[in-house]
Design a protein around this ligand. Structure first.
Ligand code: K7E
Ligand code: CUA
Length: 634
């Protein structure tokens, strides 16, 4: 008995000694299995693993489209796996797909090599995502882009005049009539006009715009602009249901000043309240039809002072960020970064106040609705509320930047005189400092209520270190039950602001550009056989119709003289999925990629004499390395 006890004690000492020895030898074993999960909420690890595991060969349930911030791209991932699937280049060149190297995309990018993409918007039919187009704004250069979800490619970049730093964009109306644009940083208009910042209050202007979306092609064009006071127009949303026909934007700096050295963060936070700007776009259409606008910088601009009923201000807790319309369309939710509350407005009360001319004051011709008349409730959600999403079961989810958490709270109705804190039903910590958040089909009229992704600004310490600049994090959260559960940490390139989640079965992307598909415009320079491949010279211009197929180019030698203009039309005649070919010319900074059935054109001046090999950049077959040719410049 005694001996056995001694044996046990010795064994125990040995085990402890082993651990001490491991710890002492310097190299700590890596922490695994959610060792640090406590910092960002805990979950049952096994059930979280099962909930996010998509077995090899299986497909995800949803597409997740994140904006790529100042990388100017869109990232595509799957939910629930959170695996990155693709990158869609939008505002920046992307050699991986040859984007920004051929004539067409180079022209689309214009004078810019980057953009600051913030808010993806999906096309809608009757308030539901229809899977046709994805839109995204450029916060830097007054632009908006359209991506065709049949081939996941950027098809158009629209730049319009007078919009300075387009942040409150690209929110889509329920039947994709419009996307929105708005000035974040006011300037004198038109662009190029000079006025000193000391004249900020009177000579600087904000502008909001309606961008018409062609119902057949998705083509974007400017419908109207409205000049508004020099506030900073921040986030937006489009009304739906009872609020259909309205657009909403939060704005800060209603102090309307920019004091040199005064720190905008201080000067723009003096007043207790800022505003939501509400635009009635049917009134804007009437003003346009009546010719009630002036041309500024080539764009039709409506002045609300001349068009009563077009614009209203709704007071909101100071320095607001997000404004989000609930799925029913009745509740408009605004959050002030500096106030620990989120405010719910009732569109019915707003309409009543407008009819009764229940106004507090008028600013530059825009009536300010009486706050107490239009507010439904203030919900004490927590510190630093930014953005709100929905689950379709009557709950809202607000991101809390300062608190690093998501608050789940109940939408109206509320009991008369109730303590509002009881309607904040639960919270989950996130890691860390969340910006936007997104729920499955969360901007539609029928969110799915199962998944939420928290888009966090800081991820410190939750991944292998990669030096001082670390990735942002996206955390997948299960919102199907009463309690929110953290499922997964994914890491992203900088800097997703907003994202959208759409059911995978709503998209039906093509597999190849079919040779005779009537739904795609025929490329005028396409060739489909070696016989059609040719080189033609006209003076100092050399035009090449080139064909690519496994594993050769025809022609494979291009002879030109130094200084010639060379135009290459390259067709990939493959009709097999994923059989891409690239065309790169050494030392010429040319790198285009053609998908199966696609034709691209690249034009350049042969300004370097010598012998320059060209080759296929996409691994296409066992003899891919042999797919090459020569540009001979005499
Ligand atoms: Cu909150 Cu640009 Cu929508 Cu960033 S924005 S987070
Ligand atoms: Cu074609 Cu590699």
């Amino acid at each position: 008995m005694k001996n056995r006890n001694i044996l046990r004690a010795m064994l125990a000492l040995l085990v402890i000694g082993l651990f001490v020895g491991l710890a002492a030898c310097g190299k700590k074993p890596p922490q695994r299995r959610g060792a640090r999960a406590g910092a960002g909420g805990t979950s049952d690890l096994a059930s979280a693993a099962l909930a996010t595991y998509v077995a090899p060969g299986d497909l995800d349930e949803y597409y997740l489209f994140y904006s790529g911030g100042h990388g100017g791209q869109i990232f595509v991932a799957g939910i629930p796996s959170m695996r990155h699937i693709a990158t869609i280049p939008v505002f920046s060149p992307y050699p991986g797909t040859g984007y920004g190297f051929d004539d067409e995309t180079r022209e689309m990018l214009g004078e810019y090599t980057w953009g600051d993409s913030h808010h993806p918007g999906l096309s809608e039919t009757n308030g539901e995502y229809d899977g046709r187009w994805l839109f995204i704004n450029d916060n830097a250069n007054g632009r908006m882009a359209r991506i065709d979800l049949r081939d996941f490619k950027t098809k158009q970049i629209l730049k319009i005049p007078n919009i300075s730093a387009n942040h409150g964009s690209s929110f889509i109306t329920p039947n994709s009539e419009y996307a929105t644009m708005a000035t974040r940083m006011s300037i004198p208009i038109p662009e190029g006009k000079y006025a000193d910042v000391t004249d900020y209050a009177t000579k600087y202007k904000g502008v909001v715009a309606g961008i018409r979306i062609d119902p057949e092609s998705g083509h974007l064009s400017l419908a109207w602009e409205i000049v508004v006071p020099p506030f900073n127009y921040d986030l937006g949303d489009a009304g739906k249901g009872p609020s259909e026909g309205f657009m909403f934007w939060t704005c800060y700096n209603s102090e309307r000043e920019f004091i040199e050295g005064g720190k905008l963060e201080v000067t723009a936070s003096q007043k207790d309240k800022d505003f939501i700007l509400m635009i009635d776009y049917r009134e804007a259409e009437k003003a346009m039809a009546a010719g009630n606008f002036s041309k500024i910088g080539g764009a039709p601009v409506i002045d609300p002072a001349d068009a009563p009923g077009i614009a209203y201000f709704i007071p909101l807790a100071k320095s607001p960020h997000g404004v989000d319309v609930a799925p029913s369309g009745r509740w408009i939710i605004g959050s002030g970064k500096l106030s620990p509350t989120t405010t719910v407005f009732d569109i019915e009360k707003i309409k009543t106040a407008i009819a009764a001319k229940d106004f507090e004051e008028t600013i530059d011709g825009i009536p300010v609705l009486t706050y107490s008349s239009v507010r439904e409730a203030e919900i004490p959600v927590g510190l630093g509320p930014l953005h709100t999403q929905f689950d379709g079961k009557g709950y809202a989810y607000t991101s809390l930047f300062i608190e690093s958490a998501v608050a789940k709270w109940k939408l109206p109705p509320y009991d008369e005189g109730a303590d509002m804190s009881q309607y904040v039903v639960s919270k989950i910590p996130v890691a860390y400092n969340i910006g936007h958040l997104v729920t499955a089909e969360g901007d539609s009229m029928s969110p799915d209520g199962n998944y939420l992704v928290a888009l966090n600004k800081l991820s410190k310490g939750r991944h292998l270190s990669v030096g001082p600049s670390i990735p942002e994090s996206a955390q997948l959260i299960d919102i199907s039950g009463d309690k929110m559960k953290l499922l997964y940490d994914a890491f992203t390139e900088p800097e997703p602001h907003y994202a959208l989640i759409i059911k995978a079965d709503k998209l039906d992307p093509i597999e190849v550009y079919k040779k005779d598909d009537p739904t795609w415009p025929k490329h005028p320079e396409a060739i489909w056989s070696v016989e059609e491949a040719r080189i033609e010279r006209r003076g100092k211009t050399v035009e090449v119709w080139m064909m690519a197929v496994r594993s050769f180019f025809a022609p494979d030698v291009i002879r030109v003289n130094r200084g010639d203009k060379v135009i290459v039309h390259l067709t990939n005649i493959e009709q097999t999925r994923d059989e891409l070919h690239g065309f790169a010319i050494t030392s010429y900074d040319i790198n285009i990629v053609v998908d199966p059935g696609e034709t691209k054109t690249v034009t350049f001046i042969a300004d370097k004499a010598g012998v320059w090999p060209f080759y296929c950049t996409n691994f296409c077959s066992a003899l891919h390395q042999e797919m090459q040719g020569y540009l001979l410049v005499k």
